[in-house]
Design a protein around this ligand. Structure first.
Ligand code: GTP
Ligand code: MG
Length: 193
């Protein structure tokens, strides 16, 4: 399935603002700068649907996008950005946690990891979290255009090992630059259609 309609709905500060029409939701999480907003733009074929930036910390609220009128993409603030104050970090953690706990409509959580780096402690915590709350984890190794195929293969193995992924769980390479891996991601996202 392709995405032919995508619409920004709301940047939610609090849960009362989340959409409540019971459409299913796919959330995108990961370190700040991992490429969450870029991935959303790439797979919706929209250059500026989600705000991106080379300065980490661009996404600070819970952003909902209505996709093909049937489900929501949820762009979450990134974690692990060193240059923010402790209180701000705490606040971001709260924003993410408030959304992720007991969100019945949430079907899958896509965890983005920069394919050049070993997942951090925060990534491992995030992955464990997704599993703990019984959401289906989908791991995406981003920025594949920045490494050779050989390196990508090696790093994906390292990502799998570091997160402690189970065999049946998916890890998908992706580049927002050349859109390699887009079809596979769409397939996973729409597999309930
Ligand atoms: P926060 O909103 O801070 O959590 O970051 P984010 O995860 O949404 O990252 P964002 O999409 O804003 O991308 C961060 C930077 O990485 C930007 O400069 C993007 O252009 C760049 N980037 C993202 N994806 C790719 C990719 O696949 N390839 C390359 N080469 N650069 C990418
Ligand atoms: Mg972002």
């Amino acid at each position: 399935m392709d995405i032919n309609k995508s619409e920004f709905i709301i940047s939610a500060v609090k849960p009362a603002q989340y959409p409540n029409d019971n459409k299913r939701e796919i959330a995108f999480v990961g370190r700040s700068n991992a490429g969450k907003s870029s991935l959303i733009n790439a797979i919706t074929n929209r250059r500026k649907l989600a705000k991106t930036s080379s300065t980490p910390g661009k996404t600070r609220l819970v952003n909902f996008f209505l996709i093909n009128d049937i489900l929501y993409f949820v762009d979450l603030p990134g974690y692990g950005y060193a240059k923010v104050s402790k209180s701000e970090k705490k606040n971001w953690g709260k924003v993410i946690e408030t959304y992720l706990v007991n969100r019945e409509q949430l079907k899958k959580v896509v965890l983005l990891v920069d394919c050049r780096h070993k997942p951090t402690n925060d990534d491992v915590i995030m992955y464990d979290w997704i599993k703990y709350y019984n959401y289906e984890p989908v791991v995406v190794a981003t920025k594949s255009d920045k490494v050779s195929n050989n390196q990508l293969f090696k790093n994906m193995k390292l990502i799998r090992q570091t997160l402690g992924m189970e065999k049946h769980e998916k890890i998908l390479p992706f580049s927002a630059l050349n859109k390699k891996g887009k079809e596979e991601i769409l397939e996973v996202i729409f597999d309930e259609e």
